[in-house]
Design a protein around this ligand. Structure first.
Ligand code: ATP
Ligand code: MG
Length: 212
């Protein structure tokens, strides 16, 4: 999708439920910023993702938003885009990207995903539309091998003409699901989430006394 000799803005998108945001998300975004010379990375908490309608015991939209905001506030090249959350109903990445490209034709978008999202990419809504409207950056996760990722990337390039690159990151073996469970069990999340996020969780009782 990027045209040659382009002077377009290079903007990363870190989409997710962020329930809660954790160091995995933050490290991915920072690596993408650094390795792909991005101007900024926009964190985009999803409204009501079709595959996560059962997040019982999860944080409210407002809490997820606030946790993202607290987590990124010290990083000048990170920002928060709450557009998907404001929209009613399900939010689809393809719709979001089409809308973004329409309102910002001067910008190339780099959509950052983990290996689990890469492997399930074809089950996303309109993968061909997503592929046309962003560059995909895929990072290691869940000990998924680089060769399995490369194989999938080759397939997506062939099938959808996707521009897709490997993001070099360590395997960061944590998920929001783990963190929600640990918090329920009273285990410490220190160092897994920024201190400000942890303080907020404690203050609001996020994930405590909620059925998981
Ligand atoms: P959940 O367990 O609730 O699904 P999660 O930790 O997977 O939460 P999401 O908000 O679903 O977080 O993830 C948003 C994006 O970040 C996805 O593309 C996912 O693959 C990626 N991601 C999340 N955590 C990691 C991690 N530890 N390493 C690499 N990628 C990650
Ligand atoms: Mg996930």
């Amino acid at each position: 999708m990027s045209d040659s000799g382009n002077k377009k803005r290079r903007v990363g998108i870190m989409g997710g439920t962020f329930d809660p945001i954790h160091i995995g998300h933050l490290i991915l975004a920072e690596c993408a910023y650094e390795q792909f010379q991005l101007e900024t990375v926009q964190f985009m908490p999803s409204g009501n993702p079709p595959h996560k309608t059962d997040r019982e015991g999860g944080a409210t939209d407002e809490e997820r938003l606030e946790m993202v905001s607290l987590a990124i506030r010290d990083n000048p090249h990170f920002s928060l885009d709450a557009e998907e959350m404001r929209r009613n109903g399900f939010s689809y990445t393809s719709d979001t990207l089409v809308a973004l490209r329409k309102s910002h034709p001067d910008t190339d978008y780099y959509f950052i995903i983990g290996a689990d999202s890469l492997l399930s990419f074809e089950s996303w809504r309109e993968p061909e539309v997503i592929s046309r409207n962003c560059v995909l950056l895929a990072a290691a996760r869940d000990q998924i091998s680089v060769s399995a990722m490369e194989e999938k990337m080759t397939e997506l390039r062939r099938r959808y003409g996707a521009e897709i690159h490997l993001l070099r990151t360590p395997n960061i073996d944590i998920s929001s699901t783990n963190l929600r469970c640990w918090r329920q069990e009273g285990r410490s999340l220190r160092y897994y989430v920024p201190d400000a996020v942890l303080s907020y969780m404690k203050q609001k009782g996020v994930y405590q006394d909620r059925i998981l």
